[in-house]
Design a protein around this ligand. Structure first.
Ligand SMILES: [Zn+2]
Length: 375
């Protein structure tokens, strides 16, 4: 159970996180048998210590703090103050003692007003085990594991890698982009994910307590349920992930700020992902490549000039923008350079064959993903 940082109640500090924790305790602690009304002292929580919360603190103290062992009421307790819960005082200790075991691991993030149940070490181990079975560049896998361990150590959260949050094949990247769901803006070979140097970490199964006190039973990795209730409170969790992931103990980096679950191995703020893919294409296959945003250029394996061949997605989908006219021109130039007669004009079949060849270069780069370097 997480300790409150300051007092809650009448004239208390009433920090939102502390208030939320005390409120939930008052929801989970019930009146002793025979006292009216039966049941808990509060029915909902919101992190704001208002009149109902203050009255509930008083009622709890009257029933269970300012009483003697024999049940006499209005018994002074020097380590408690009427109307207030203070860190570690007698009221706090009694709340802890009366909490049902199922709710003994209540947590709340600093700056947040959402209470959640701490994850067990076994849950953390299961997440770490899943990471061990995934595909990452070795150096980055260590950072992913460190991030999950640190989140559990600091906040009692067993976060995990999202579906498709480890190394993505070029095809997986293409499919994700083609879905148009906004999960990614990068084409095949243009994401750190394609090289095992990025991950998406989420909060699947986070047992945060709804305002009426029941734990959400099946939260998604992306916190869809919590976001539907309060985007601001969901952001507190994403901020915790960002802070841990980029902290000294983990040493990962962020991508775009809007990409909430994303962490990567290095800072790509000033790096051309297209340029790096062109370098990998050239190192993996038998064509020369360059990148001129937003299109790639290639010598088509002819050893001469470079020609626009389209975006990574177009090339991957056998839709390279290379025209028959340009292919005709490229082949004529290559023939002239070798002092051979110009071949006939490129046919539609020639164009289709060249699109296959360009795609084959991407397949080679996909196979050789471990050779990719950030510079
Ligand atoms: Zn990502």
């Amino acid at each position: 159970m997480q300790m409150i940082t300051a007092s809650v109640g009448e004239s208390g500090s009433n920090v939102g996180t502390d208030s939320a924790l005390v409120q939930v305790m008052l929801m989970k602690v019930t009146r002793p048998p025979g006292l009216q009304p039966p049941g808990p002292y509060l029915n909902s929580y919101d992190g704001d210590c208002g009149p109902k919360t203050k009255a509930a603190i008083r009622a709890f103290q009257n029933d269970q703090v300012f009483v003697s062992a024999a049940g006499l009421q209005s018994v002074p307790n020097p380590n408690a103050k009427a109307g207030l819960v203070r860190p570690g005082d007698a009221t706090w200790a009694k709340l802890i003692a009366k909490l049902p075991a199922d709710f003994a691991g209540l947590r709340a993030l600093p700056g947040g007003k959402i209470v959640y149940l701490a994850a067990s070490p076994a849950e953390l181990q299961a997440r770490l085990g899943a990471v061990a079975a995934m595909t990452f560049a070795p150096a980055f896998r260590a950072k992913v594991q460190a991030c999950l361990q640190r989140l559990h150590q600091m906040h009692g959260i067993a976060a995990g890698v999202c579906p498709q949050g480890d190394r993505r094949t070029f095809q997986a990247q293409y499919a994700l982009l083609a879905q148009g769901t906004g999960v990614t803006n990068a084409g095949p070979g243009e994401s750190n994910h394609n090289f095992g140097m990025a991950t998406d970490i989420g909060f699947a199964g986070l047992r945060w307590l709804r305002s009426a006190g029941q734990p959400d039973p099946n939260e998604t990795p992306w916190l869809h349920h919590l976001t539907a209730q309060s985007n601001a409170q969901a952001l507190v969790f994403w901020e915790a992930l960002r802070s841990v992931g980029t902290g000294a103990a983990v040493g990962a980096f962020r991508g775009p700020l809007s990409d909430r679950p994303h962490l990567q191995n290095w800072n790509d703020a000033n790096v051309s992902m297209g340029g790096r893919l062109a370098a990998l294409l050239q190192a993996s296959g038998n064509m020369r490549w360059s990148y001129a945003q937003p299109v790639y250029r290639s010598d088509l394996g002819l050893g001469g000039a470079m020609f626009d061949v389209g975006s990574a997605s177009k090339i991957w989908n056998l839709e390279s923008t290379l025209t028959q006219a340009t292919l005709t021109q490229a082949r004529a130039a290559a023939a002239a350079a070798n002092k051979r007669p110009a071949p006939p004009a490129a046919s539609a079949a020639d164009q289709a064959a060249m699109r296959q060849s360009l795609r084959a270069q991407f397949d080679l780069a996909d196979t050789h993903w471990e050779a990719w370097t950030p510079q």
